[in-house]
Design a protein around this ligand. Structure first.
Ligand SMILES: [Zn+2]
Length: 254
């Protein structure tokens, strides 16, 4: 099964299936068909529903992406492609074990487009309820569907050997909030999670070189152009192999 096949299963052609609950059920279906063990975890009385796949100790090295979509778009770029790539990673890790890696399918990132409660964002639920002080790294994929330049933070310490990369010149998506939410430093001794940025949490996106500074691209990502026709199969392959390679590295302890 190829990554594009997973993406097609998540992003149905029928607009009546452009719903979070449909995508959730499709992820579960693919994981079951791939014989991958997973857990479904609900937070805030079911307001947020995350799916986790664990290899070894949970929530040490995390690869995540939000699965929810903006209403009335297919959501192939934002963020179905990243979900399909994570499924590719999960299958690889089932067959080529690594220690202490969690793959997280996260709810409610798009909640923040004007409605919803930030406490129900799936990445924040994970950060506040699951991450321990000594977690090593959290890589969050968002809009990894076209182009060959991996966008990252200036102070990113990942080894990009063999891959083009650039510093984010602007927020290409408004999903930047996911970085600060998942980057919540786990609860301090007073039981409060800090909103300070945690350098162990990193957001990665991909764009074509010519569009790195394009406002049109930014708009497209959240509109009716967010569909399968704009997905590049080579990008899916590139990002899947990139995160597989990353998962097989041993991150340095911070
Ligand atoms: Zn997104």
């Amino acid at each position: 099964m190829k990554i594009i096949d997973f993406l097609e299963q998540i992003c149905d052609d029928d607009p009546s299936n452009w719903r979070n609950d449909y995508r959730y059920s499709q992820i579960i279906k693919i994981l079951k068909e791939s014989d991958i063990k997973f857990e479904e975890v609900q937070y805030n009385n079911g307001a947020a529903k995350n799916i986790y796949v664990h290899y070894g100790k949970p929530f040490v090295n995390i690869f995540g992406a939000h699965y929810d979509i903006v209403p009335n778009v297919q959501g192939a770029l934002d963020n179905g492609a990243s979900i399909a790539e994570l499924i590719g990673l999960a299958i690889n890790l089932k067959e080529h074990a690594v220690d202490d890696t969690t793959i997280a399918f996260l709810d409610n990132e798009e909640f923040l487009g004007g409605f919803g409660d930030i406490d129900d964002v799936g990445s924040k639920c994970m950060a506040q309820n699951e991450l321990k002080d000594d977690y090593k790294r959290s890589i969050i994929l968002d809009v990894c569907a076209r182009g060959d330049v991996i966008l990252t933070r200036e102070d990113c310490d990942i080894d990009f050997s063999g891959y083009k990369h650039d510093v984010q010149p602007m927020p290409v998506t408004d999903d930047w909030v996911i970085n600060s939410t998942v980057g919540l430093i786990p609860k301090d001794k007073n039981g409060e999670a800090s909103m300070n940025r945690d350098d162990r949490s990193l957001l990665l996106s991909v764009l074509p070189k010519s569009e790195l500074k394009s406002r049109d691209t930014w708009r497209m990502l959240h509109t009716s152009d967010d569909n399968m026709g704009n997905v590049n199969i080579d990008t899916l392959k590139m990002m899947t192999s990139f995160i597989i390679n990353l998962a097989h590295e041993t991150p340095q302890k911070s």
